[in-house]
Write a protein of this length. Sequence first.
Lengths: 266, 236
Amino acid sequence: MIELAPRHKIGLSLPNPVMVAAGCWGMGSEYGGLVDVASLGAVVVGPLTATPRRGASPPRLVPVPGGLLLHTGLDNPGLPAAIRRYGRIWARSPVPVLLHLAATTSAEVTAACEQLGGVEGVAGIELGLWDRIGPTEAGAMVAAAVAAASQPLLVRLPLAQAHELAPIVVQAGAVALTVGAPPRGTAFHQGRFVTGRLYGPFVLPLALRALRQVVGLVDVPLIGCGGVYSAADAQAFLRAGATAVQVDAAIWQDPTAPARIGREVG
Amino acid sequence: MSTLLENAFVVEAVPGDPYHCFRLHTPTIARSIRPGQFVSADLGGLLRTPLLPAAVGEEGLDLLVPPDHPAVALLPGQEVSLLGPLGTPLPHPTPLTRLLLIADLHRLPALLPLAHRAVAAGCSAALALSTPATGALFSFLPPALEVHTLQLHDPSLLEWAGWVVAAADPALYPVLAEEMRAVRMEPATGFAHALLLPPLACGVGACRGCAVATRRGYRLACTGGPFFDLMELEVA
């Protein structure tokens, strides 16, 4: 077993270190029947916000050399509707379900964390910080979320700021850190510029570098995320100091990839 | 039936003009796929490739793809991972009468199951091509299908049609919608459907990447499409 929240009163134990990343697994029902969930360490549902988001106008996805660019604009039904629709699925999951909460305002994040306190089946909350968030704001946001949350609170860091923000959010109470959010890029597509998150194997070196910069700065478990397509990729994160790994876009190409990596690594 | 993964194998691969023809042995998906639905194939890239069958048999799917399609690299005996059925079956009016298909050469194979089904049911069916076609195309069409060249601003086919299904360049859809409004004032819901399939990542609704703008909000092509009510499309 892997323990991601050793100092938290509830803790967060995973049967193996391979998880599916936020934004890739959906809300929990989408891959039903396609994935051997029991072979995973955990799944991260969402991203969710306190209120519904219509999402970005199309085109949202642009293939780019070596990967893809995706901008959904946080398209989601909002936390209350998601709990109503998917809460039972989360409660029945054979592995821990973490819920990715996109940081918006401290007030919204606080309310959302309080609301999740009574939701059976949510084993942990992963708070996603936006790119270019300031250190003070990040610390305040995480402190507010930790104070309101019953479950362990993990923080997903923007890759480019991971080393800068890591000590601050741990000081504010984060039990573990995901390093990190997919980097952003811009593509010129069908006569317009589309800016979004980048996915593909080329993200692995970026994420690995960011993780190695954070190791030694903090004493909480680290989760490597970005560009994992094989057990060797996952092992690279683990050897670099990660306690666990999140598989992202590989599941879209091959829905069996996370479970296969889980079995090979676990 | 829910979406499943099946390792299909290529039974037949015949290069040709205007289409390369493939037959995939994929009995489980073939038994559950409905008209309007599709599959995605792992052809070796980072994104799966959506494939709309040109025909569905008991044991598999027939595909017709243009010569520049990534599937042309498939060889007989090769295994290919398919994810499907994806999307929502295309609702068709009953009884089916006076079917008008509008397509370009590239997307036409997606409409062939409908064409064959309509003709077999004794329904009058016509095809209006929005791009030039060679004589070789006719070998892929049911003989009873009337073939026209799409004439924009000529209302006769739209006046005749009882149901319209289009698979063409999305830039054509606003023009078609306007023509339909001119001919029929307010076409009824379901009178016209249009194929709109942006690039897919997951294919199951998890990534939210294949959104299509409709008058009822964004809908995902992978779960709510790939055929949409033409009059509800925001591009229309």
